[in-house]
Design a binder for this molecule. Structure first.
Ligand code: ASP
Length: 584
């Protein structure tokens, strides 16, 4: 028996008990005649004491030599502490050690194993196993476990079956590049790692599984952003014989359950917003609705004067910044600089101060009178004391710019409290989106998404206007899930591939198996997938998904701990019939 108790559980009620503990040396304090050692494991910390009077000399010496992160086992008696520590659950007691065994020594760790460490991120990733010993990382992993456990509990109770699908597959079109794996046994051929189990879960519906879920790794070879990982985890779900309403209810139920069980937050009905309205009101398909600052479109009340910038713009749009009239001229200039940064890309910003006495003072007083500015305030919902910020230009661009400004200002105003949760559904996404690079329409969600009833015809004339049976679940300005009602008949699916520019041969080569399956009684079906890493980090009140992944990759997609990716040797290449033709 390595231990009778863990390092977090001994209390005053255990005084006078003989115990055996094992763990890591957090730190030791040597006062000469007495040595205190903090012993740590996953469950907590317990203070050990060795003293000249009661500890044999030989053991005293070994206690003095204990280094940080040594792994030790101790036997001893639980005694009352002379000076209690009310900040520690075990702070009433300490262990008077009678036996000390060093199970393993440790090199000095490259950073301190403390809640606030001195280690930079890259160093902590290289020694992630040490980082995991720290409370913040450890607690995040425990938190993630709780979330996944609740997901499994809830979905199982609702009749969902967890089914594993293969990792060595063929390309799935989720809009990213595939990671590929060469096949030794099939010379010159490659598997693709799944960008999602999309086609398999649809086949499970054809197979009659009715309600499927899987907590599953997905792989997408994309340029990395701070909150993206090349491999990430989805809660992937699919249901048969359902309509959109059933899906929304089922997964609103799951999300509500998680918010309640994990965060103790009860939310009644999630609001629903059409995609078009989300874009109009927030300039964003994943709006953060923890705060207002909705867009007010100003074309009608700003394009009737001689101000050329506005008159030539497709959209003039503003937001009211609560209390923003208190900004100094210098602060506003800085804000203007902020929107002109290349990352945001606005050419400039017009503003109107809403004074407490009901008058207005704008940066374009030359063109607009008090009556005009009063209308701007009305449209943007600005009150006395607020600041109206106005951008103009091409519709999609200006919406994105104002959305960035809205989020930035809300952050500065402290309106994005991570402990407040504001979920919503965004629905009726466009079926297709125009891709500037390839000059073609692409499926906005994926090619298996069905168009809204009766809109198939519109594909021929106005493809960009066709709406899809597609929905996203948004939480605090992040897309945490997305899905659609699928096409389930071969003809429509073939038509869809055709509109997306696949030749019948290409469609058959890539997705023939799915279209074949659709000929054998495919039920109506649909589903969605949650991004688990992001969901967990938002529920955990934090921004970065990496903090909730045991062994994450860095910004270059590298695992700096195991040093991957890495070259493979010539024999391995030969075995795979591969020859490298490196660019550099
Ligand atoms: N496969 C989709 C995705 O990864 C989710 C879905 O449509 O169910 O986004």
């Amino acid at each position: 028996m390595y231990r009778s108790h863990n390092c977090g559980e001994l209390r005053a009620s255990h005084i006078n008990t003989e115990v055996t503990l094992a763990g890591w040396v957090q730190k030791s304090r040597n006062k000469g005649f007495i040595v205190w050692v903090d012993l740590r494991d996953r469950y907590g910390m317990t203070q050990l004491v060795f003293d000249e009077e009661r500890t044999p000399k030989e053991m005293m010496k070994r206690a003095e030599d204990l280094g940080r992160e040594f792994v030790i086992q101790v036997k001893g008696n639980v005694i009352e502490r002379a000076s209690k520590n009310p900040n520690m659950p075990t702070g009433d007691i300490e262990i008077l050690v009678s036996e000390l065994t060093i199970l393993n020594e440790s090199k000095l760790p490259p950073f301190t194993i403390e809640d606030e460490t001195d280690g930079g991120e890259e160093l902590r990733m290289k020694y992630r196993y040490l980082d995991i010993r720290r409370n913040p990382v450890k607690n995040n992993l425990i938190f993630r476990h709780k979330v996944t456990q609740e997901v499994r509990n809830y979905l199982s109770k609702e009749g969902f079956i967890e089914v594993e699908t293969p990792y060595l597959i063929k390309s799935t079109p989720e809009g990213a590049r595939d990671f590929v794996v060469p096949s030794r046994m099939n010379e010159g051929q490659f598997y693709a790692l799944p960008q999602s189990p999309q086609t398999f879960k649809q086949l499970l519906m054809v197979g009659g599984m009715d309600k499927y879920f899987q907590i599953v790794k997905c792989f997408r070879d994309e340029d990395l952003r701070a909150d993206r990982q090349p491999e990430f985890t989805q809660i992937d779900c699919e249901m048969a014989f359902i309509d959109q309403e059933d899906i929304l209810n089922a997964f609103e139920g799951l999300t509500r359950h998680l918010l309640k069980e994990v965060n103790g937050v009860e939310i009644e009905k999630f609001p629903r917003l059409l995609y078009d309205d989300a874009m109009r009101l927030y300039g964003n398909d994943k709006p953060d609705i923890r705060f207002g600052m909705e867009f007010g479109e100003l074309n009608e009340v700003a394009q009737h004067k001689d101000f050329g910038v506005f008159n030539s713009a497709e959209l003039v749009v503003g937001i009211a910044v609560p209390g923003g009239n208190s900004y100094t001229r210098k602060e506003i200039d800085k804000l203007i600089d902020w929107v002109r940064r290349p990352q945001v890309g606005a050419l400039g910003m017009v503003y109107s101060r809403c004074n407490d006495d009901g008058t207005y003072k704008s940066s374009v007083d030359k063109f607009y009178d008090q009556e005009d500015l009063a209308k701007w305030a009305e449209v943007t919902g600005a009150k006395p004391g607020d600041l109206v910020c106005v951008l103009s230009g091409e519709k999609n661009k200006v919406r994105a710019q104002l959305s960035a400004l809205r989020m930035e200002l809300a952050e500065r105003l402290g309106l994005r409290d991570p402990k407040t949760f504001a979920p919503l559904w965004v629905m009726d996404f466009p079926l297709l989106e125009w891709d500037e690079d390839t000059e073609r329409y692409h499926a906005m969600h994926h090619p298996f998404t069905s168009p809204k009833p009766g809109q198939l015809e519109l594909l021929k004339t106005n493809p960009g206007d066709v709406k899809a049976n597609a929905y996203d679940l948004v939480l605090n300005g992040n897309e945490i899930g997305g899905g659609s009602i699928r096409i389930h008949d071969k003809e429509t699916q073939a038509l869809m591939f055709d509109y997306l520019g696949f030749t019948p041969e290409e469609a058959k080569a890539q997705f023939g198996f799915l279209m074949d399956a659709f000929q054998y009684g495919a039920p109506p079906h649909g589903g969605l997938a949650f991004g688990l890493d992001r969901l967990v980090s938002i529920l955990g009140g934090q921004e970065t998904i990496r903090d909730f992944i045991a062994f994450p990759k860095n910004n270059n997609g590298r695992d700096v701990m195991i040093d991957a990716p890495a070259p493979i040797d010539d024999d391995q290449l030969k075995e795979l019939s591969l020859k490298l033709n490196l660019k550099s």
